[in-house]
Design a protein around this ligand. Structure first.
Ligand code: NAD
Ligand SMILES: O=C(O)C(=O)C[C@@H](O)[C@H](O)[C@H](O)COP(=O)(O)O
Ligand code: ZN
Length: 364
């Protein structure tokens, strides 16, 4: 077993993040090592597509006398629902899991958020392990935000519940379709925008396409991107302050996801549009110029569509944004960039947001 690539150590929680190609073949050893107290049973909650590709490898790493229960989760954002949450709790009760049981979430952000929320709620909280299998899940598997969607808005129901460990087998990313690389890369770039401009420059040199990113570059990218998130989460785990910066691009991004219907845009596609919008809003609010065009050119070359999709009204987007968790006293708050790498969280007048939406081609 290798040493952790990073350790997340906040005031209340400390857990290792292992990033390593091929780790799935030894996942049981890593899990056993990470869990200090005794374990009565394991339940794997796994994305159905990931199960087809990798479940056999995972099961082979468990000893014959410690085989986990397995439940599969339908692929897609639709699974982050109250119905699926309830069904998983029922399945856990039927096994039954007890307070010494451990849930292992294997999949992208949908599986991690959902299974994590089941772990947070089951018998008031049991331990869980994150095994991210998408690029996007470098973000979702770290930091302990778990939850589900509501038809009125994204991630409006959930809990903070830290995993006991994050086990990232970067070889598993090789089977991702290009759309999912693009989706995850939006959060990588976000971490550069908000905190690490040197990382951003490195990305612009090293990642010109998503096909065949060399393993050393991929692992380095995952480590550096998670390091940005880790630094913020360690300082403010429950989002009383700086953690909101991780929400850059999400005020509009989440509004687009729920307004269009979950799954129409991937999370990262929506966040990429939201970040392009937040760049421009920052320029208006601070009367400044950011390298917005340079970033748009880079993102567009990577295949991002940065304009707001047609057929949505500005009024409906404003309504959605008022339900964003960062809103206060019915006022929309945006993460803006004073300059690259320097985010701030600010209320923005509705009229200013509306004007920019309209100038971006959205019908009032
Ligand atoms: N908790 C957090 O801090 C946090 C952070 C960012 C995003 N999120 C949430 O994460 C979710 C998005 O996660 P996602 O982008 O990983 O989506 P996802 O979980 O839906 O996975 C995307 C697709 O990739 C497939 N897939 C997964 N792993 C694969 C693999 N190795 N090979 C081939 N196919 C694979 C899945 O079946 C699915 O079709 C959103 O709901 C978002 O809100 C949460
Ligand atoms: O970890 C965080 O904090 C983030 O904001 C990371 C985001 O990329 C992620 O999409 C998160 O789920 C959004 O959080 P929410 O509180 O706006 O639901
Ligand atoms: Zn996100």
């Amino acid at each position: 077993m290798n040493a952790p690539s990073l350790t997340i150590a906040s005031e209340k929680n400390s857990y290792p993040v292992f990033i390593q190609g091929g780790l799935r073949h030894e996942c049981f050893s890593y899990i056993r090592e990470a869990l200090q107290k005794s374990v009565s049973s394991y339940m794997i909650m796994i994305d159905e597509n990931v199960a087809d590709l990798y479940l056999a490898d995972l099961l082979a790493s468990f000893p014959e006398n410690i085989q986990p229960t397995v439940t599969k989760i339908a692929s897609g954002e639709g699974s982050k629902s109250i119905e699926k949450f309830s069904q998983l709790l029922t399945e856990a009760l039927e096994v039954p899991l007890d307070r010494q049981s451990v849930i292992i979430a294997v999949g992208g952000g949908v599986t991690g958020d959902l299974a994590g929320y089941v772990a947070a709620s089951y018998m008031r909280g049991i331990r869980f392990i994150q095994m991210p299998t998408t690029l996007l899940a470098h973000d979702s598997s770290v930091g302990g935000k778990t939850g589900i969607n509501h038809p009125l808005g994204k991630n409006l129901i959930g809990a903070f519940h830290a995993p006991s460990a994050v086990l990232y087998d970067s070889d598993m990313l090789r089977t991702l379709p290009e759309t999912e690389w693009r989706s995850g890369f939006a959060e990588v770039v976000k971490h550069g925008f908000i905190k690490d401009t040197a990382f951003l420059e490195w990305l612009e040199k090293k990642v010109m396409s998503f096909s065949d990113i060399p393993s050393d570059i991929l692992n380095e990218m995952l480590r550096r991107s998670i390091a940005v998130k880790a630094e913020i989460v360690q300082e403010d785990e429950k989002e009383n302050g700086v953690r909101a910066f991780l929400n850059y691009g999400h005020t509009l991004g989440h509004a687009l996801e729920s307004e269009l219907g979950y799954g129409k845009l991937t999370h990262g596609e929506a966040v990429a549009i939201g970040m392009a919008f937040a760049h421009k809003l920052s320029e208006r609010v601070f009367h400044t110029t950011l390298p917005t065009k340079t970033h748009e050119i880079y993102m567009t070359k990577l295949g991002y569509q940065l304009s707001i999709p047609e057929g949505i009204s500005a009024a409906s987007l404003l309504q959605r944004m008022k339900l964003d968790k960062k809103a206060e006293h019915n006022r929309i708050r945006f993460v803006l960039l004073e300059e690259m790498g320097k985010p701030v969280l600010l209320p923005v007048e509705e009229q200013v947001v509306l004007d920019l939406l309209v100038s971006e081609g959205v019908n009032a």
